[in-house]
Design a protein around this ligand. Sequence first.
Ligand SMILES: [Zn+2]
Length: 401
Amino acid sequence: VLKGGTLIDGTGAAPVRNATLEFENGKITAVGRTGEFGERAAQAPTVIDVTGKTILPGFVNCHEHLDLHYSFGSWEHRSSQSSYYWTSRAARNALIALSEGVTTIRDVGSMGGSNIEVKRAIDDGMLHGPRSLASGLAICTTGGHGVEISIQVDGVDAVRRATRQILRSGADLIKIMASGGFIVSHGDDPMAPQFTVEELRAAVDEAHSAGRPTTAHCHPPLGIQRAVEAGVDCIEHGALLDQPSAELMAKNGTYLVPTIGETIVLAERGETLGKPDWLIAKCKAESASRMESFRFAVDAGVKIAGGTDTCDSMADEVELMIRGGMSPMQAIVAATRTGAELAGLGAQTGTLASGKWADIIVVEGDPIADVKALSRIELVFKEGALYRPAELRPAIGRYPL
Ligand SMILES: [Zn+2]
């Protein structure tokens, strides 16, 4: 039992002061005001007094790469290491994710497609880490965005074949690169759509036939239009999204994972992550329009889920979503409930309610008054299993690296 804290349940409802949350065998059994529990709460086998702290759902990070999280240096530098190195690193980063309050993750790309094996190792209890939904290898055009983590294909049949291969490898979702990106210095233009509607539709058809969702890395309005027309379930980044494309996404129920930190954190703290000057300058130049694009999505009512994309924490991303125009409660919902819905786990996690998994964090202070409280995480429960970030730190070693 967690007793005496303020409870934010992830639905967007007002915080409950002096709340109690009871869970057993990995599932929440009761949530309410402490007064309603009477003597029952005091008689539980374990009672943790969390007075002065806030109880929230564990974060659902909808865009991360466990192997690359907090990686130092440029994309070109990252590509100089083999997938074995990065896979080893994912084991360490899974601990970092837990220590930052993430209990569920969408791992949307990894060197060699090894995020599927990392996910299995976590599911089998060999590694401690967030529950993961893994994309395996992504799909890109020949010479397209993310060739290092993708199968390069052209034409409808080739896209269909690659999608089938990736589904067979055990992917939980299909990631397709529908435009260029910002992360390399030459030859990858974020304004350029990649893949035709027909090619994107082939990936969507195959994934949906297998009961699995699709998500598209995409920045420009034309690429977003193509992806939405093809029936893609979610857009990653949307850095160049405009008002018409935001309205199109809202109308079609397409999710957005805005990953604002990949621009703003690199613009403001890129040096500490060893990023090259040209990338920091690019991010600085893009910062204002990035925030404007996010605002178009908020104002249009697009379903927005939080995600970090290697360079920040979910606490940082929530803070940036607030800077971009969300209320603190809206941003918390994006990082919990909406993320769980996008991950297809809305019935199991993302909010604190009886019958759901005991995916819970306890933070010091009040995140509605001071969002920095979300980075002061004292307790993390993943399906009831307790992790104390302070005790995980020595096992994590040095980071960022
Ligand atoms: Zn990414």
